[in-house]
Design a protein around this ligand. Structure first.
Ligand SMILES: [Zn+2]
Length: 114
C-alpha cells in the first residue's frame, strides 16, 4: 500500500460519524487495577500492547479498500451524490478509483463532504 496521507483515514471516519480508535483520553487510575489505559470508544486495558492491538484492528484502512468508503457514503445517504459529482461513468470510476489503493476514493469523499 502506498497511502501518502494515512491521517485522512481518521478525517474520513470523523466526517461520516465513526469513532476513530485512539489512546486519546489520559490513562485513569483505579484502586482495584492501578493504571488503566482507555480508548476513545471506551475500551479499557492495563496493557499498552493490548491497547495498540485494539486500535490497529478497529480502525479501517479506507485507502487499502475503497469499498469501505462507498459503504459509509451509502450509509449516510451521500453515495449517489458523490458518484454524480465524480461524473466518471462506471468504467472511469472502476479504473480511476476502485482499483486505487492510495486513498483516492477516501480523499475525494472528504473533499465532497466539505
Ligand atoms: Zn477503541
Amino acid at each position: 500500500m502506498n497511502d501518502p496521507q494515512p491521517e485522512n483515514n481518521k478525517k474520513f471516519a470523523e466526517l461520516v460519524g465513526i469513532c476513530w480508535h485512539e489512546n486519546d483520553p489520559p490513562p485513569i487510575y483505579t484502586m482495584e487495577y492501578g493504571i488503566v489505559l482507555v480508548c476513545k470508544c471506551g475500551f479499557k486495558t492495563q496493557s499498552l500492547t493490548e491497547l495498540n492491538k485494539h486500535i490497529k484492528e478497529s480502525n479501517p484502512d479506507y485507502a487499502a479498500d475503497p469499498r469501505l468508503v462507498l459503504r459509509e457514503m451509502e450509509r449516510i445517504g451521500k453515495l449517489m451524490g458523490f458518484l454524480i459529482e465524480l461524473n466518471l461513468g462506471a468504467c472511469g470510476f472502476i479504473y480511476s478509483y476502485i482499483l486505487d489503493e492510495t486513498g483516492k476514493v477516501r480523499d475525494a469523499a472528504i473533499k465532497f463532504m466539505k
